[in-house]
Design a binder for this molecule. Sequence first.
Ligand code: PRX
Length: 654
Amino acid sequence: MSKQVKWVKEDPNNRFVFWPTEEMKKRAWVSDESIYAEAAKDPVAFWAARAREGLDWFQEWTETYQWNPPYFKWFVNGKINASYNALDRHVKSWRKNKAAIIWEPESVDEPSRVLTYNDLYREVNKFANVLKSLGVKKGDRIGIYLPMIPEVQIAMLACARIGAIHSVVFSAFSGESLRSRMEDAEAKVLVTADGYYRRGKVVNLKPNADVGVENTKIEKVIVVKRAGNTVNMVAGRDLWWHELMKKATLYCKPEPMDSEEMLFTLYTSGTTGKPKGIVHNVGGYLTVALWTSKWDFDLHDDDIFWCTADIGWITGHTYACYGPLLNGATILVYEGALNFPEVDRWWEIVEKYGVTIFYTAPTAIRMILRWGEEWPKKHDLSSIRLLGTVGEPINQDAWMWYFNHIGGGRCPVIDTWWQTETGATLINSLPGIGPFIPTVAGRSFPGATHDILDEKGEPLGIGEGGYLVQKSPFAPGMLRGVYKDPERYKTQYWSTYGEKIYYTSDGAIKWDEMGNIRLTGRVDDVMKVAGHRLSTAEVENALTQHTSVAECAVVAAPHDVKGEVPVAFVVLKQGFTSSPELENSLVQQVVKAIGPTAKPAKIILTDALPKTRSGKIMRRILKALVKGETVGDVMTLMNPETVEDLKRKVGYSK
Ligand code: PRX
């Protein structure tokens, strides 16, 4: 493949613009630009064709799209099952003995596991029968708190098979985080593990799981024996996965689900301290998971697709489980840390299995870049033909480094913009069409319509920055609600510009006439810390639980590698004085309440927080301080003198 680089002279920033080669176009599922116009002419017909062509329905829908703002439905009255589409139809084909999951354990001394489609089908059927034998019924919620081991995909697909709703919780979240999610979901069963490996050490998961089930409706805890560490099994409640599976029968009939019934809920951070359960329904989600996997990543039968995201995030759900499996593809799943035993572990894995599609987050790229190009150079990465990124804006240096040193200058970099709420990618370039522009994600996926509006709701022109929105018909994989909280659904997404426009909470710039979009980051109090979504309010809630804290405010500060990190401004209660021990104890409080991803990078102790005369904390000023931006007028504050003190403490120099 030859490198095709076009220099765009009219671009004031002298940005590179890459286009697909003839070879890429020939191989790609879509290479004709007319797909965009065609889909835009009748998006409902476009999605109907995709749903019909890509999926097996037990019963065809009677109405393709129904819109009662702010609610909408797709494939109304259609009947379908996710597990049937991801497994049964492949098992009936030549793909029966094709690898579905290649699993690489963290320890280099342990053998890998390969599950063919038939293996996965059998395990899923058996586990579905296990769940049934424990009294799980259609509509029941099942918590999944597992590391990256094949049992996670097995458990998810088994839930989908019987119509139970899974709610996966990131295994690095604390027991307390798990508990609040399980309580809200009113889960009946939790699937977890004894432990897992991280940087060569066993992480005990079960004690966290025990905290997670306290005072919830969880009746049974199924424990996968992964690390072999000693765990406490509660009699009558805790059951070993392998013992249950020994007795399970081999076939479980897939439950025909209404297209608009729930497939899963996944908790994510919003602007309040309480995470919300994003609801995804079967028919629409499967349609976008399948087609975005196929078209964005140009996924073919001979590919090995490695999405490095943990299953606890939406990226893991859609691209390390449903999307590729619906396509009958082979996925690679890696248990451990990217730098264990050495910083070239990822490249060793790529070489070992001949990974062809590699999808990761900008944070990881920035980290790898710092370790130096000699690490990827040690390995033959020529199997890779497509690279993807997700989760946060990517800077040009990281994009170019990824393109040159991982992709060898051959591979398109597909920068995919999406959210837990959108269920699947929605803005990115397609590999057979392009262009691929560093820092510019691309166009709306065919059949989706985005716009960039100003504060009043007026559409903006090229080069102007505003707020990203989506318009009807909303892509089929969009959320259908916030679990048990219709008010939050309405206020969060459908109040800024009314009930007919989906508000993303992202800033964006219309890049060019073609419709390419550049994303500039969240405009609310949601942070992206190393690509992980976290609300400042959650960290504040965690800190105020500490006995010493009178008041606090958390804001996101820019970080070279992680993109953003939380910085906490804390006012101590009378009688407490600052000390390194106290600061450490505050940090540990956050780790205990949320998990290590939420660790504040800095705790700034202060006598007071900047407040308006009505007593509201002026977060705008704190944000400006940590970003080194102009603070602006402080005279309206009740206590302007605090700003001077805080400037010294954060090392502000403007
Ligand atoms: O701010 C956007 C950012 O991630 C947010 C969604 O986070 P989450 O629900 O955790 O889903 C992440 C994985 C899909 C968005 O509101 N984001 C995601 N992808 C990109 C991005 N920002 C810029 N460029 C992207 N490619």
